[in-house]
Design a protein around this ligand. Structure first.
Ligand code: ZN
Length: 109
């Protein structure tokens, strides 16, 4: 059972059946436990990007539980992300560079 709802470009993601938790791709077979969930990723780069993104986003916020994660965008344009739980909402923009490093990050709204 997944407590964490991940939506990538409008489509449910995060398992082998639904697609990579970061980019939505259904090829590959990489699993990592992040946020207490067994998440599916197409490759280890997406997994590393996802991990870096969550770490960065939660660094300076009181949010410690995520119910929903909405990711919109892609590698080229960067991604607009919204994190929701019953109490809080956090919006940010993130763009990755080579080696899953965060190239650009800013809080939104
Ligand atoms: Zn991916």
């Amino acid at each position: 059972m997944n407590d964490l709802n991940i939506i990538v470009n409008g489509v449910r993601a995060g398992s082998k059946a639904t697609g990579c938790a970061l980019c939505g791709a259904t090829w590959g077979d990489h699993h990592e436990e992040i946020l207490g969930e067994d998440l599916f990723f197409c490759c280890d780069i997406c997994a590393a990007e996802f991990r870096n993104m969550i770490e960065k986003a939660l660094q300076n916020t009181p949010i410690n539980k995520i119910d929903e994660l909405r990711i919109n965008g892609n590698y080229r344009d960067g991604r607009h992300v919204v994190i929701n739980n019953e109490k809080n909402s956090l919006s940010f923009y993130v763009k990755f560079g080579p080696g899953a490093a965060i190239e650009e990050f800013r809080m939104e709204k």
